[in-house]
Design a protein around this ligand. Structure first.
Ligand code: HEC
Length: 123
């Protein structure tokens, strides 16, 4: 295979892969300001709360009315991420403190979650 053919193949694959993964991800447009929060959320929270915040078999949807600011304010978010949370609303078990999580990282994650909640008309 010639170099130019390899190049074409790789860029085609990148295009298809990039396109489909963007599709599979979230269905709302996330402004660049929240990119860091999204990246950190996807890395640290999405395994249980889902990339689209709709939950998984390991954790509840953060788009549930329980989690709007009037019910679970930002303090509850810091506490859950840094210290963990006791199971009380659901049957998933306790949420463990998230390894490597810091207040600083949560400062990016929380606005991303709130933006997502607003786009989904949770509040
Ligand atoms: C290992 C799975 C897991 C991970 C990872 C995880 N959570 Fe949770 N989270 C849970 C479960 C389970 C609950 C539900 C507890 C209950 O029954 O109310 C929960 C509850 C919460 C709550 C509500 C806490 C309360 O006071 O009721 C918040 C806020 C939250 N998670 C945010 C996050 C954020 C932000 C991250 C990432 C930094 C994260 N979670 C990562 C499993 C997880």
């Amino acid at each position: 295979m010639k170099i130019s053919q390899i190049f074409l193949l790789v860029s085609t694959l990148l295009f298809i892969f990039g396109f489909s993964s963007a599709q599979a991800q979230v269905d709302i447009k996330i402004p660049f300001t929240y990119a860091k929060g999204q990246m950190l959320f996807d890395k640290n929270c999405s395994s249980c709360h889902g990339v689209d915040l709709n939950g998984s078999d390991m954790g509840p949807p953060l788009l549930h009315p329980y989690y709007k600011p009037s019910h679970h304010g930002d303090k509850a978010f810091y506490k859950a991420a840094l210290k963990g949370a006791r199971a009380h609303h659901w049957k998933f078990g306790d949420m463990p403190a998230v390894k490597g999580m810091t207040k600083e990282k949560m400062k990016s994650i929380i606005p991303y979650v709130r933006y997502f909640q607003k786009q989904k008309k949770l509040y």
